[in-house]
Design a protein around this ligand. Structure first.
Ligand code: FA5
Length: 345
């Protein structure tokens, strides 16, 4: 077979292979096989020197034509394949903007945190500072510095969870009182502190008691502070939270760290004072304990009780939440049933 025929056969063969090629990689292989340095057409072009002088121009020009044709065919097909690949990819990534959006589940604050925020807001308006205390406390701050020495029966009333190193889970936010007193610089003005947080007790759980609950401690110390300042403050807060519909009652009580001491009750939201299982038939729900800071507490923190007086209170936001939203069992606040919690969104 002469060289011209060989070329024509090769041309057909290459055209067939290009037509059958399915992807760019295969086209590259074809390019290398026939047009590469060691490719077959290149080989023929290099061998032209051995062809007779009269045949050389004819075969040479044909070989060049085949080379250009093959190169163009490969480029065209490569472009076609690339275009179709891109179209397929775009089709796959198409977003149907008419589809309905997926709902975004937005979280919200827990009802206890909402009440704490509301109470903080009221006290910030009254000029209080908000400070964090420690949930893990030492006995000294939780009891001794609050005028509850070792063996005092009041320790039993607030039995708690002790850690192996002698520390305990605080039973009351009052544990922060002596820290506030020690840290305050009275040259800069009166002390007005609010300490919210979790507290723990070995209480038996029922509709109004939980072994873990929240308290908000308030402490005010200055010159000439009296019981009427305390009553005025607590009345403002209960009315701001519950409106004037629920009655508030102050009754004498006992806390080792306040003298005199009081407890504050609010009319039961469920029976409106008639008596029911929630208020244990008293018609009232106890919301907080309070009193005038005991001179011993001031003295133990290095403050002269002849110069300074103060009041303190510890309120239970869990109970406030129950009163405000008519929740009839404190335990529902801690079981995290989303259906219950979503009502307060
Ligand atoms: C105290 O804890 C005192 N530290 C309060 C205090 C502070 C008195 C400053 C004087 C001066 P008491 O144990 O009564 O007091 O608790 C205060 C409030 O916490 C209660 O009125 C109630 O609202 C809430 N509380 C008490 N025990 C529980 C409980 N087991 N579950 C839910 N709330 C509780």
């Amino acid at each position: 077979m002469d060289l011209l025929e060989q070329l024509k056969k090769l041309e057909k063969q290459i055209e067939k292979e290009i037509n059958e090629a399915q992807d760019v990689q295969r086209l590259n292989e074809i390019r290398i096989t026939y047009l590469g340095k060691k490719g077959e057409i290149t080989h023929i072009l290099r061998g032209l020197k051995d062809v007779s002088l009269e045949e050389r121009p004819k075969i040479g020009s044909y070989a060049n034509q085949v080379r250009d044709k093959v190169s163009n065919l490969i480029s065209d097909k490569t472009n076609t394949i690339k275009k179709s690949d891109l179209n397929k990819k775009l089709l796959k990534e198409t977003i149907d903007v008419t589809l309905p959006g997926r709902p975004f589940h937005n979280g919200h604050l827990h009802v206890i945190q909402k009440i704490i925020d509301e109470i903080e807001e009221i006290f910030l308006g009254l000029g209080y500072d908000i400070v964090d205390g420690y949930e893990v406390e030492d006995e000294k701050h939780n009891f001794t510095l609050l005028n509850i020495p070792k063996d005092h029966p009041a320790r039993d009333m607030q039995d708690t969870f002790y850690l192996e190193n002698g520390y305990l889970l605080r039973t009351q936010t009052s544990a922060n009182q002596s820290r506030d007193l020690e840290n305050h610089d009275f040259n800069k003005g009166p002390l007005k502190m609010l300490t919210p947080g979790k507290v723990y007790r070995r209480d038996t759980d029922d509709a109004t008691h939980s072994h873990q609950f929240h308290q908000i401690e308030g402490l005010v110390v200055d010159h000439n502070i009296t019981m009427s300042d305390l009553k005025g403050t607590l009345t403002i807060v209960t009315h701001a939270l519950f409106g004037n519909d629920l009655s508030v009652r102050f009754r004498p009580s006992y806390f080792p760290f306040t003298e005199p001491s009081i407890e504050v009750d609010v009319t039961c939201f469920n029976c409106h004072g008639k008596g029911c299982s929630i208020c244990k038939n008293t018609g009232w729900i106890e919301t907080l304990g309070a009193g005038m800071v005991h001179p011993n507490v001031l003295e133990m923190s290095g403050i002269d009780s002849n110069i300074y007086q103060g009041f303190a209170f510890g309120l239970g936001p869990d109970r406030f939440a129950m009163l405000k939203y008519g929740i009839n069992d404190i335990r529902t606040l801690y079981t995290n049933d989303i259906r219950f919690l979503n009502q307060f969104n």
